[in-house]
Design a protein around this ligand. Structure first.
Ligand SMILES: Nc1ncnc2c1ncn2[C@@H]1O[C@H](COP(=O)(O)OP(=O)(O)OP(=O)(O)O)[C@@H](O)[C@H]1O
Length: 235
């Protein structure tokens, strides 16, 4: 199954942001949207989640789905512990024993189980972002929308977050739409990579990344070839 965005246009007053925009999102894949700052990536996620309405065109498949959103900043509850931050969002959708099991599973996967009783303002920024990713995957949404969750992080932290992402994604191969302006995020995480133009924004290219998730790293030969191709397209 896939989700379709057909000929969608979105303006803010006189500003044309998306114009006759077409895209397909394949279930159980990570679709990465790579585009310059201000081209309308967040606007697109807001259209997919129903926060915004398009001016014309259609978006199909999302309406009846549960959607989870992960933002650039972790948006944690500082008055709750690491474990409580995950448990809290699960309270209406599963029993207490189920919640406990999931909290332990995801916190262990992102190496935060030993910090489960720490308040979130007592853990580092990288740990907070790991927690936010674990929390987003813990919620049983069918679609996960990610808005530049790796922006402004140094490379070492980013690489550890990429590993967390891959481990969590492998659990149930969630349908993910990730927006970014960073080629590395797209190369390591995206199965399908859409490259956007400047405003008024359309899709310039679509690339399929066939490198298996576990082989993707910034030294892998195939990944480097793809990187060269992407830089060529963005030049
Ligand atoms: N509610 C709004 N009202 C008016 N203009 C808006 C609104 N939301 C976004 N815009 C404008 O639409 C354009 C696209 O914004 P958007 O945040 O979607 O871009 P983006 O690609 O996510 O940007 P960035 O990479 O910098 O986060 C920008 O020029 C922005 O100023």
């Amino acid at each position: 199954m896939s989700y379709a965005i057909n000929e969608v246009s979105k303006n803010f007053n006189q500003l044309e942001v998306l114009k006759d925009f077409n895209m397909e999102i394949v279930e159980h894949k990570v679709t990465c949207i790579l585009g310059p700052s201000g081209c309308g990536k967040t606007t697109l996620l807001n259209l997919l989640s129903g926060i915004l309405e398009s001016d014309s065109g259609s978006i199909s498949g999302f309406q009846s789905k549960t959607i989870s959103y992960l933002f650039q900043e972790p948006r944690l509850l500082s008055w709750k512990t690491t474990a409580q931050n995950v448990e809290y969002i699960l309270k209406d959708c599963m029993s207490a024993p189920e919640r406990k099991a999931i909290v332990e599973k995801v916190l262990t996967m992102v190496q935060l189980w030993e910090y489960k009783d720490y308040y979130t303002d007592k853990i580092s920024g990288g740990m907070q972002q790991r927690l936010a990713i674990a929390r987003a995957f813990a919620y049983p949404a069918e679609i996960l929308l990610m808005d530049e969750p790796f922006k402004s992080l140094d490379l070492e932290i980013k690489l550890s977050l990429f590993r967390c992402f891959h481990d969590l994604w492998k659990l149930d191969q969630r349908t993910v739409v990730l927006v970014t302006h960073d080629i590395h995020d797209a190369l390591i995480l995206g199965d399908e990579i859409y490259i956007l133009s400047k405003k008024p924004t359309t899709v310039r290219e679509k690339i399929i990344n066939n490198v298996p998730h576990k082989c993707r790293n910034l030294k892998d030969k195939q990944t480097l070839l793809l990187e060269e191709r992407l830089y060529g397209m963005l030049a």
